[in-house]
Design a protein around this ligand. Structure first.
Ligand code: ZN
Length: 281
C-alpha cells in the first residue's frame, strides 16, 4: 500500500491516481494524515477490503510529508561504515548517535529551500521509517510489525553550526526551515521484496553524489526500533531518519556545499524521489 498526504488529506495512491480516505471510508477514517497512525490497524483492515474506485489524478506539487507532525522525530548518525569514515568518526558500537530534527523543519517532497546565510549546507539522503504501532522495549524480531511504512528523507545539514562550540549541534543545524523534506509517499513494508535492502541515491544538478543500500546499515531498521525503544516509547506516527550513506559534501576533497540554484534529488527505489531547489538567503 502506498499512502500520501495530498493537500493535507490522507490519500491512498494507485498508479497516477489518489483516493481520499475520509471520503472513501464514508468519513469513518480521518482526513488528517498524521491521525491515521493512531488507528493504523483499523486503517489497514479497512484498506484491505475497501472498494476504492478509480481515484483522481493528482499533481506531485500537492504532496505533503506522509507524517507531517510527529510527536517525535529521531535521527541516527554514522549508520553506514563508509560515511562514518568520511566524516572522520569511529564506527558506533552498542548505540549509534541519536539526535532530533525539530518538527518545524518538516516539509513535503518538492520544495524550495533557503540556504542559511554564511553556512555550509550539505545533503544526506536517508531511508525514513514511520512508526505504526506503539513500540516500547520491543525485540528486534518483532520490530518490523511496529513499522507503518517507509519513505524518502533528506537530512539537510548546515555544517558550520553543526560543528561549532564544544559539542556538535546536530539537532539545531539540521532543523532550519525546509531541512527535513519527506515523501513522496509512505510505502508499507509488505510492498518490498526485501525491506532491508533498498537502494538509495542522491544527485546534485543531475550528478550522482550518493548511492548506497540499506542492506549496509550498521543498525538495521529492526535493530534501530529495538534499541531506541529500549530507552523511550515510540508513538504511532513517530519518524526515524535512519542515517546517510557515504558521498556527502563534508567528506569530499575539496569539500562541496549546496549553492543557490542547485537542484537536489533524493530517491529510494520502490518509493520515489524528493526534489529540492536551493535558494540564496
Ligand atoms: Zn543524517
Amino acid at each position: 500500500m502506498r499512502i500520501a498526504n495530498l493537500s493535507g488529506r490522507l490519500s491512498l495512491i494507485s498508479g497516477e491516481r489518489a483516493v481520499d480516505v475520509h471520503e472513501a471510508s464514508h468519513r469513518r477514517l480521518p482526513s488528517d494524515p498524521q491521525a491515521v497512525y493512531e488507528r493504523w490497524d483499523e486503517f489497514r483492515a479497512w484498506a484491505a477490503d475497501a472498494d476504492l474506485g478509480a481515484g483522481r489524478p493528482f499533481a506531485p506539487a500537492d504532496l505533503g510529508a506522509p507524517a507531517p507532525n510527529p510527536r517525535q522525530l529521531l535521527a541516527i548518525g554514522l549508520n553506514y561504515r563508509e560515511h562514518a569514515d568520511e566524516a572522520g568518526y569511529t564506527v558506533p558500537e552498542g548505540m549509534p548517535p541519536v539526535f532530533t530534527k525539530f518538527s518545524s523543519s518538516i516539509t513535503g517532497p518538492v520544495t524550495d529551500v533557503v540556504l542559511p546565510e554564511g553556512g555550509h549546507t550539505d545533503w544526506e539522503v536517508e531511508l525514513v521509517v514511520v512508526v505504526g504501532r506503539p513500540a516500547h522495549r520491543v525485540a528486534e524480531a518483532d520490530a518490523w510489525s511496529h513499522v507503518a511504512g517507509l519513505t524518502v528523507g533528506q537530512d539537510l545539514s548546515e555544517r558550520v553550526l553543526q560543528m561549532s562550540g564544544p559539542a556538535p549541534q546536530f539537532s539545531l543545524a539540521k532543523s532550519y526551515p525546509g531541512f527535513s523534506p519527506m515523501g513522496p509517499v509512505l510505502v508499507t513494508p509488505d510492498e518490498f521484496d526485501d525491506p532491508d535492502d533498498l537502494e538509495l541515491t542522491c544527485s546534485v544538478n543531475g550528478e550522482q553524489v550518493q548511492r548506497g543500500s540499506t542492506s549496509r546499515l550498521i543498525f538495521s531498521v529492526p535493530a534501530l526500533i529495538a534499541k531506541l525503544s529500549q530507552v523511550l516509547p515510540l508513538h504511532p506516527g513517530d519518524v526515524v531518519y535512519t542515517g546517510t550513506p557515504a558521498g556527502v559534501g563534508l567528506g569530499r576533497t575539496p569539500q562541496r556545499w549546496l549553492r543557490p540554484g542547485d537542484e537536489l534529488v533524493s530517491s529510494i527505489r520502490g518509493i520515489g524521489e524528493l526534489r529540492q531547489r536551493l535558494l540564496a538567503a
